[in-house]
Write a protein that binds this ligand. Structure first.
Ligand code: GLN
Length: 505
C-alpha cells in the first residue's frame, strides 16, 4: 500500500486502520519516518516518543485483531504541545526551568485522544511557557515554518502547527490563551481551533492565564479538527477542572450543512486596522464573498470595545501568569541553582537562571500590576473592559450566527524581524478578544497571499458553546475556497515536504 501519510487525513487513517487496509503500526512507522525525514529542517518536535507510539499502535492493532471496538482516532498519529503532561515524556514548556521535568500524570486532553485510539508521536516546541507569537522564545531551539524555513511558524503553539503543515502528523494539540492556536495555524496554512472556554479540560496543561487558557486541535482539514474535537469532549465534563463543562455534541453531525440563510457578521472597522496587510484583507474579503455565494447573508456588526482588548489582555494575562508561575521556585518545582546559602537566595537565583527574558517580563509586569495602588488602576479596569468586550460579542450574536475577520494581520514573518515586544503583541490583535470573551474561534486557510505567496487565513468566531455551528461555517469556507490556491478541500502539506519520507509502505 503506497499511500503517503502526508496526504491522508486523520479520518482516512482511522477508516483505513479499521478496514484493515493498513495497520496502526504501519501508520506509526510512517509518521516516525516523516519526522525523521523532515524534522531536521522544521524542528517542530522537542521530543519524539517512538516507544510510546509503537506501543499504542500495537495496542490498537491487537484490539482490532481481537475483534474489539476501537475509537474514532484509531491509529491516528498525534503530537502534543509541550505544556501538556503525558506520562513517559518530559513536559518542559520549552523552558530551562522544566528542562528535566518528567510528567507524573497525563492531561485529560491527551488521555482523551489516546482513549479514542490515537498514537502519541511526541511533544512539540512552543514559546517558553506559551508567552509569544513566533516560538522564538523557546529555550531549546527555533521551529521553522514549513512553507519558508527563513520564517517563523507563529506561536506560541508553533511546533504543533508546523508538525501538521509539514505532514509529520495529521493532528496535533495546542493551547490558546490569546491566539496561540489560531495565529500559528494561520501562518502555517492549517486549520486551528480554540473551542469555547470550558469545552475542553485544562487538567494537566501547565497554566498560563487560567481564565483565558483553552486547548484545541490543529488539522489539515476542518473534518479532522471536528474529529479531534469529538474525542476531546467525549466523556463529558472533567471533574478535575472546575471550569470544564459538558459538551454533549457530535461535531461531525452537522459539518456539511449548508450555510444558506445564515448570517455572517463583518466588522468594517477591523478591515481598516493599522497593521493589516492588503493580501490578508483581500483574502478575508474573498472569504466573505465565498460564504455569500453559498447563500449566507453578510451583516455589518460593531464591537465597540475591541480596541481595548490588547491592553486588557496584557494586564489580565501577566497577572494570572505571575500567580501561576510562582510555583516554579526551584524547591517544589523547577530548575534549582546550586550553592545557595538561604531559601530566599535559592528561589531568586533559580528563577533568574530558569526563566528566559519574555517569561521574566510577563511575571514582572504581573507583580507590578497586582501591587497595591496599581491594582485598582489597571487590573480592576481591565476586568471592566473584559465585561464590556464580552457584552459587545453577546450583542453582536443577537444579530449574526458567526463573525468573520482575519486570524493574523499578516503572513509569516522572518526570524528576528519583530524584536520589539509590543510590536509582537500586536500579532494577536484579531485573536485576543475571543479569549477575553471566552467564545470559540477557528482559523481557516484561504490559500496563498497574493503578495508574499505564503499562507493567509480567515478567522470565524462564534457564540459561546456554539462550536459545532462554527465548524459548519469553517467547513463551508473550506469547501468554497478556491482550489487554485492549492487549498480547496483542506490544506495540503507544505510543498517542499510532499512525498519526503513517511510512505505507508
Ligand atoms: N501571543 C500571545 C502572548 O504572547 C498569546 C499567547 C498564547 O495564546 N499562549 O501572550
Amino acid at each position: 500500500m503506497a499511500t503517503e501519510l502526508d496526504q491522508l487525513s486523520a479520518s482516512a487513517i482511522a477508516a483505513g486502520v479499521v478496514a484493515g487496509d493498513f495497520t496502526a503500526t504501519e501508520v506509526a512507522r510512517a509518521s516516525l519516518a516523516a519526522i525523521e525525514a523532515r524534522d531536521g529542517e522544521v524542528a517542530a518536535f522537542l521530543q519524539v516518543s517512538p516507544e510510546l507510539a509503537l506501543a499504542a499502535a500495537k495496542a490498537t492493532d491487537d484490539a482490532i485483531a481481537a475483534g474489539e471496538k476501537v475509537g474514532p482516532l484509531a491509529g491516528v498519529p498525534v503530537a502534543f504541545k509541550d505544556n501538556m503532561h503525558l506520562v513517559g515524556t518530559r513536559t518542559t514548556c520549552a523552558s530551562r526551568m522544566l528542562a528535566d521535568y518528567d510528567s507524573t500524570y497525563t492531561a485529560t486532553c491527551v488521555s482523551r485522544l489516546l482513549d479514542a485510539g490515537a498514537t502519541p508521536m511526541g511533544k512539540t516546541n512552543m514559546d517558553e511557557f506559551a508567552f509569544g507569537s513566533s516560538t522564538e522564545t523557546s529555550h531549546f531551539h527555533r521551529t521553522y515554518n514549513p512553507w519558508d524555513t527563513e520564517r517563523v511558524p507563529g506561536g506560541s503553539s508553533g511546533g504543533s502547527a508546523a508538525s501538521v503543515a509539514a505532514g509529520e502528523v495529521p493532528v496535533s494539540l495546542g493551547s490558546d490563551t490569546g491566539g496561540s492556536i489560531r495565529q500559528p495555524a494561520a501562518l502555517c496554512g492549517v486549520v486551528g481551533m480554540k473551542p469555547t472556554y470550558g469545552a475542553v479540560s485544562r487538567y494537566g496543561v501547565v497554566a498560563f492565564g487560567s481564565s483565558l487558557d483553552q486547548v484545541g486541535p490543529f488539522g489539515r482539514t476542518v473534518g479532522d479538527v471536528a474529529l479531534a474535537m469529538n474525542a476531546l469532549v467525549a466523556g463529558g465534563r472533567d471533574p478535575r477542572d472546575c471550569t470544564s463543562q459538558d459538551c454533549p455534541v457530535d461535531f461531525l453531525e452537522h459539518l456539511d450543512d449548508p450555510v444558506e440563510g445564515r448570517r455572517v457578521g463583518i466588522i468594517p472597522e477591523l478591515m481598516e486596522a493599522k497593521g493589516l496587510t492588503d493580501e490578508v484583507k483581500s483574502a478575508v474579503e474573498g472569504a466573505a464573498r465565498t460564504l455569500e455565494s453559498q447563500g449566507a447573508e453578510l451583516v455589518e456588526v460593531d464591537l465597540p470595545h475591541m480596541g481595548d482588548s490588547i491592553a486588557a489582555y496584557y494586564v489580565i494575562g501577566p497577572c494570572e501568569a505571575f500567580s501561576n508561575l510562582a510555583r516554579f521556585d526551584g524547591v517544589r518545582y523547577g530548575y534549582q541553582e546550586p550553592g545557595c546559602a538561604t531559601l530566599a537566595e535559592q528561589s531568586s537565583r533559580s528563577r533568574a537562571a530558569g526563566f528566559g527574558p519574555e517569561a521574566k517580563r510577563r511575571q514582572m509586569l504581573g507583580a507590578y500590576l497586582l501591587s497595591s495602588g496599581v491594582y485598582e488602576k489597571y487590573y480592576y479596569r481591565a476586568q471592566q473592559a473584559r465585561t464590556l468586550i464580552t457584552q459587545d460579542y453577546a450583542a453582536a450574536y443577537e444579530r449574526v450566527d458567526v463573525i468573520l475577520m482575519p486570524a493574523s494581520p499578516r503572513s509569516a514573518f522572518k526570524f528576528g524581524e519583530i524584536s520589539d515586544p509590543t510590536e509582537m503583541y500586536l500579532s494577536d490583535m484579531y485573536t485576543i478578544s475571543i479569549n477575553i470573551a471566552g467564545n470559540g474561534g477557528i482559523s481557516v486557510p484561504l490559500g496563498l497571499g497574493a503578495d508574499t505567496h505564503l499562507p493567509v487565513s480567515a478567522q470565524l468566531v462564534g457564540p459561546a458553546f456554539k462550536d459545532r455551528s462554527l465548524l459548519t461555517f469553517a467547513r463551508a469556507l473550506e469547501r468554497g475556497t478556491d482550489a487554485g490556491a492549492g487549498m480547496g478541500d483542506g490544506a495540503p502539506v507544505a510543498p517542499d515536504f510532499v512525498g519526503r519520507g513517511g510512505d505507508l509502505a
